[in-house]
Design a protein around this ligand. Structure first.
Ligand SMILES: CC(=O)N[C@H]1[C@@H](OP(=O)(O)OP(=O)(O)OC[C@H]2O[C@@H](n3ccc(=O)[nH]c3=O)[C@H](O)[C@@H]2O)O[C@H](CO)[C@@H](O)[C@@H]1O
Ligand SMILES: C=C(OP(=O)(O)O)C(=O)O
Length: 434
């Protein structure tokens, strides 16, 4: 287990370029399985989860060529279906969440797929039901082995169908869309997830020859085609990383410019930080965060305490609530952070309380943060990173804190943040990988 030693309390300064989006990359990489032609993808982040998925595709027989640091060419013209029966495949696929999105493309193109329960953050129940409800509507037959191994197959081509999803699952929608693009006839998906990465997936599929209407809405209509071809695609910047940098700047009183953010794709993220009193300036496509000694949390119009909660897109992503919570600990005012989607994502507040933050964990979903208004600094401690976003939130806390902190299990952070220690050190942070 690797750790970060952090000496906190120093303001940072400078420019930082966000990496390509982790959760987009996981969707787009799975889409290469839908064609035997070449697909070239750029702005791929160099992070653990993405590298693991690329390795998995390679071991499944996909030809993978690295054209530059962030650009790869893939060709799935000789997929080894037998590899799915090996213990190596089971271990690899079970090690990350993104592998779940091979289900749709494999079922559509080869008529079968199998998968262990996927990995990813342990942040509460993460049901797979929507994935299979949708794929079964398209004609897939699911066999469950125990509670944690799924096999799905179909005789002949998948067939288009109408479906109203029970929840707007992001990876579930991605799987169903990738099944439907090669199905016979029309598929209508209502209550589809529609966040920017899903839109990016639909756009690459359209460039590959798919027929998809309603992109960006929760009603997708897909006219199946017989085959898809090659294309090129560039990943968006990672909106969660952008939000993490905004939070880092505010919490450490730093002046930071975040470059090339594709601001129109950020949805509610900038305004949510503004509700915490953080000043942001859009300079072209860059976000400039000035050094601020204080920031004050807004109240509702009637003066009552603000709630910040997650919601399916275009609501606020759940993946930024840990960062928003940590930033609130040094604001002036009080906020209720309500994590609706996941039930085990707020327990990391114990570590912040140990560092001196004023937080009441009301229940697994809700925490009230009473900001310290920078009257007292947090103090450094030794802590373990429980999941990717809590990990980065703790890193931000440690960088703002007085003294030395050690964050253990930073592999969790490495899952989604490219070279974070080196990139923040370039801004003046004191972080050492142990
Ligand atoms: C690899 C990847 O892309 N992971 C992201 C993906 O995970 P993932 O696709 O696994 O998450 P889902 O969208 O399926 O669901 C997330 C959680 O929210 C619940 N839920 C979902 C939709 C809904 O309408 N109501 C509801 O309660 C689900 O039961 C689940 O507990 O989307 C999540 C939600 O944005 C993000 O946190 C993850 O980072
Ligand atoms: C929860 C996340 O990732 P995963 O779905 O890969 O566990 C995340 O990116 O915040």
């Amino acid at each position: 287990m690797a750790s970060f030693e952090v000496i906190g309390g120093k303001p940072l300064k400078g420019e930082i370029v966000p990496q390509g989006a982790k959760n987009e990359a996981l969707q787009i990489l799975c889409a290469v399985l839908l064609t035997d032609e070449q697909v070239t993808i750029s702005n791929i982040p160099d992070i653990r989860d993405v590298n693991k998925l690329i390795e998995l595709l390679r071991d499944m027989g996909v030809k993978v060529g690295k054209l530059s640091n962030d650009t790869y060419r893939f060709q799935a013209d000789d997929v080894h279906l037998d590899y799915l029966d090996t213990p190596e495949f089971v271990a690899q696929a079970g090690a990350l969440r993104g592998s779940v999105m091979i289900l749709g493309p494999m079922l559509a193109r080869f008529g079968k797929c199998q998968l262990p329960k996927p990995g990813g953050d342990k942040i509460g129940r993460r049901p797979m039901d929507t994935h299979f409800l949708g794929l079964e509507k398209l004609g897939g037959k699911l066999t469950l082995e125990g509670n944690d191994f799924y096999r799905i197959n179909t005789e002949g081509r998948l067939r288009g169908a109408y479906m109203l999803l029970d929840e707007a699952s992001v990876t579930g929608t991605a799987n169903i869309v990738m099944g439907a693009v090669l199905a016979e006839g029309t598929t209508t998906i209502y209550n589809a997830a529609c966040e920017p990465y899903l839109q990016q997936l639909c756009k690459i599929l359209v460039r590959m020859g798919a027929k998809i209407n309603g992109i960006g809405s929760n009603l997708l209509t897909i006219e199946g085609v017989e085959r898809l071809g090659g294309t090129e695609h560039r990943m968006l910047p990672d909106m969660i990383e952008i939000g993490s940098f905004i939070g880092l700047a505010a919490m450490t009183g730093s002046e930071i410019t975040i470059k090339d953010c594709q601001i129109p794709e950020l949805g509610l993220i900038p305004d949510t930080f503004r509700k915490l009193g953080i000043q942001l300036e859009f300079r072209g496509d860059d976000i400039f965060v000035p050094a601020q000694d204080h920031y004050e949390i807004a109240t509702y119009l009637d003066g009552s305490i603000l709630t910040i909660s997650d919601h399916t897109w275009p609501g606020l992503t759940p993946d930024l609530l840990s960062v928003l919570l940590v930033v609130a600990t040094q604001a002036k005012g009080t906020v209720l952070i309500h994590q609706k989607m996941f039930e085990s994502r707020l327990f990391f507040v114990d570590k912040l309380i140990d560092m001196g933050a004023q937080i009441i964990l009301c229940d697994p979903h809700r925490a009230t943060v009473i900001g310290l208004d920078k009257r007292t600094q947090l103090h450094g401690i030794t802590m373990t990173s429980p999941d990717i976003r809590a990990g980065v939130a703790l890193l931000i806390a440690a960088l703002s804190a007085n003294g030395r902190s050690v964050i253990e299990n930073v592999e969790q952070i490495d899952r989604g943040y490219q070279n974070i220690d080196k990139r923040l050190t370039a801004l003046g942070a004191q972080i050492r990988r142990l």
